[in-house]
Design a protein around this ligand. Structure first.
Ligand code: DNO
Length: 398
């Protein structure tokens, strides 16, 4: 697999010269400064591409070319937005950037409740506590009917938490769940937004009446519309699984399980319609047998996220070290290395892989990186995965 790294553009504190030294071969990035829905121009794409290449690496993957909400809920501006999306894809194709990651999660991209969960060794990682998430939904958002979406033991925990919850505690939850994890990935809420809750609730309202079947139809509509430009330029689209892989906040989610993946791959049965195999997101769902899924979907996987979670019961999960957890990254390395070899033998291009969400270690705690995207923790993870890749190459050479 090609060793890539998610880099947030020229403003990222982690520079391209640092990345070269640690063995990164390709860059995963986006035109983060372009407003969602606006066209990515050839000029802006080429500028960033040339910059990356001047450091001896390539722009391997776009993560993400965001799909606007109106495409997901089929608002009146949907066709115009899809038209813009097609023009951006065309421009990317012309510039030779051909692997495009996106997601189809309504309103909220990935979610965690704690961004600095302490480990006994002094490091921290991201963490998802289901009761805290329920607290946010029921007591902070006060979403109508939210109580009906949680089991009794979670509701009891929410009441218990409410006895001691402080205004700062509530603020922290809002920051963690809908602010700090969203802005830097071009999500809907950014740091500095004056009334994040109000804005967020208005977004939720847009999905009234959109159930799983409707969201599926809207995804199919979008994919059918963009397939011709993908075929023309040999662009591979790869949807990111829902993170966590479950329904949240009364919104439908449609990329959570093998059944979901079977559905969207079959609904638009074209090799350019593929998957980002995010082992971390998938392993956070108890229903997902990650190794089995990797075997099943390797041929339609265009991008791999190496990360692993440990599920802790009751809907809670924690990000595990890359050599541990339930994703079994060693076996995934075998599966995707074999897939890459098969593609190379058929004249195809390699399979880009990036490590994801390392733990925060050493100076990550003070350097103010984006949550889940520290330097030292990810560098350690890249070292671990590089070791797995070397061992697998060695096994395969025998
Ligand atoms: C979080 C990321 C996601 C991902 C998008 C892809 O760390 O994995 O924000 O980039 O969902 O569109």
């Amino acid at each position: 697999m090609e060793k890539t790294w998610r880099w947030f553009g020229k403003k990222d504190k982690i520079t391209l010269s640092m990345l070269r030294q640690i063995g990164v071969e390709g860059i995963v990035t986006a035109l983060h400064e372009v407003k969602n829905g606006d066209i990515w121009t050839e000029e802006a794409i080429m500028d960033l591409k040339n910059y990356i290449e001047s450091y001896g690496m390539r722009w391997s993957v776009v993560e993400s070319l965001p799909v606007c909400e109106a495409i997901k809920y089929a608002g009146p501006e949907r066709d115009q937005l899809i038209e813009n999306y097609i023009i951006s894809l065309e421009n990317l194709g012309k510039c030779g950037v051909k692997t495009i990651c996106y997601n189809f999660m309504p309103v909220l991209d990935w979610a965690r409740t704690d961004l600095k969960h302490p480990w006994p060794d002094g490091s921290t990682s991201l963490y998802f506590d289901y009761a805290s998430f329920a607290y946010f939904d029921i007591k902070i958002l006060q979403r109508q009917g939210a109580e009906n979406d949680f089991p009794a033991e979670i509701l009891a925990k929410v009441e218990e938490m409410d006895k001691t919850m402080t205004p700062e505690g509530k603020h922290q939850l809002v920051e963690n769940i809908i602010v700090k994890t969203q802005g830097f990935v071009n999500g809907n809420i950014s740091e500095g937004d004056k009334e994040p809750i109000k804005k967020f609730k208005a977004l939720l309202d847009l999905y009234k009446g959109i159930d799983k079947a409707a969201l599926r139809e809207n995804m199919k509509y979008f994919l059918n519309a963009i397939m011709p430009v993908c075929e023309k330029w040999d662009i591979n689209m790869c949807v990111h699984p829902d993170d966590p892989p479950m329904e949240v906040l009364g919104l439908p989610r449609i990329v959570r399980t093998a059944e979901d993946i079977d559905w969207f791959l079959g609904a638009v049965d074209n090799p350019h319609n593929g998957l980002t195999f995010c082992a971390g997101s998938l392993s956070a769902g108890e229903q997902n047998q990650v190794v089995e899924m990797a075997r099943k979907y390797a041929s339609r996987t265009h991008f791999v996220h190496m990360r692993s979670c440990e599920v802790l019961g009751g809907g809670n999960f924690i990000e595990a070290p890359h050599y541990a957890g339930r994703a079994h990254l060693v076996e995934l390395t075998r599966i995707f290395t074999a897939e890459e070899r098969r593609r190379n033998a058929n004249g195809g291009i390699g399979l880009p892989m990036r490590v994801d969400h390392g733990k925060d270690i050493l100076d990550d705690a003070v350097n103010g990186y984006n949550p889940g995207y520290g330097f030292y923790g990810r560098m350690l993870a890249l070292g671990q995965v590089t070791g797995m890749m070397a061992a697998v190459e060695d096994e395969m050479a025998k």
